[in-house]
Design a protein around this ligand. Structure first.
Ligand code: NDP
Length: 268
């Protein structure tokens, strides 16, 4: 019985088990399982090393373990090395392989090829590193704003893009990678935002997700922008992990419905 799971602390609200198990069922992978793996930081390395012996073929990694996962791995992709974080571990040939599917998953979720487009990324935390790396690799012209400007400067020095303190009022793409919106904060007060009917940002991605649309997603939709919400980004990174482990194309609609709680599966 091949087992996968998600390592986090806390992790009980993760939608990944519902998403992956729905995918296994849809493809007839009846003996595959996906488990929540709540592991505190001090036990992370030990827990990961024990997983292959317990039947695990792979694991997703979420807050706060992504950097530890990149350090622990025996082999890592270029994306992991550049971003400094891994969200997907694969146990193969007695080795731990680290990958970052947040970056390509983000590009998969975009409605257009970012090459030659202008992008404004808000935030300079862990998820911003994957988003900026993906956009820079994809040929976009990337500006990065962060509440703490020195963090944006450091990110751009390491990964690419240009740090700005007064972001432009227009760009082809606006990406919110800050945690603003998670607790119903008003993004128009906390962030230097301009999403209105003038269409300054024709495409808006909000990595934050919850039980309903975030205030930023609602405002961008009302302004007529093309909107990608955090659940779609979650689904796309999950689909890439799913494909690495099973070797099968992920049934995207099934994963999407499960992540959005539209199936009988528990949303985690
Ligand atoms: P980090 O803790 O690494 O970074 C948090 C970022 O938010 C920093 O840039 C921080 O700025 C900024 N921030 C926090 N509070 C405020 C505020 N009040 N005003 C302005 N900026 C603020 O978090 P992550 O990058 O890991 O995650 C960020 C969000 O993205 C979370 O909500 C997370 O759930 C979501 N996420 C979604 C994913 C998906 O698949 N949809 C994947 C990964 C993350 P400063 O540096 O100044 O503190």
């Amino acid at each position: 019985m091949p087992i996968c799971g998600v390592l986090g602390w806390p992790v009980r609200h993760s939608r990944s088990p519902a998403m992956h198990e729905a995918g296994y069922a849809a493809l007839g992978l009846g003996d595959w399982r996906y488990q929540l793996l709540p592991v505190p930081p001090e036990l992370f390395d030990e827990a990961v090393r024990a997983l292959p012996g317990a039947g695990f073929v792979g694991a997703n990694v979420t807050i706060p373990h992504k950097e530890a996962a990149a350090r622990l791995a025996d082999a890592a992709t270029d994306a992991v090395r550049a971003i400094g974080a891994a969200n997907t571990l694969t146990f193969r040939d007695g080795r731990i392989h680290a990958d970052n599917t947040d970056a390509p998953g983000f590009l998969d979720a975009l409605p257009f090829d970012p090459a030659g487009r202008s992008a404004l990324v808000l935030g300079a935390g862990g998820s911003a590193r994957a988003v900026v790396w993906a956009l820079v690799q994809g040929g976009a012209d990337v500006l990065v704003w962060n509440r703490s400007p020195e963090r944006a400067e450091r990110l751009c020095a390491e990964i690419g893009g240009r740090a700005v303190q007064d972001p432009p009022l227009a760009a082809d793409l606006l990406v919110n990678t800050t945690s603003v919106g998670l607790r119903n904060e008003d993004p128009f007060k906390a962030l230097p935002l301009h999403v209105d009917a003038s269409g300054g940002y024709p495409c808006v991605v909000d990595l934050v997700y919850g039980s309903g649309p975030t205030a930023l997603v609602s405002a961008a939709q009302a302004a007529g922008a093309t909107v990608v919400d955090g659940l779609e980004v979650l689904v796309r990174q999950g689909a890439r992990s799913f494909e690495r482990w099973t070797g099968r194309a992920a049934p995207l609609d099934v994963l999407r419905a499960a992540a959005r709680g539209q199936t009988g599966a528990a949303a985690g």
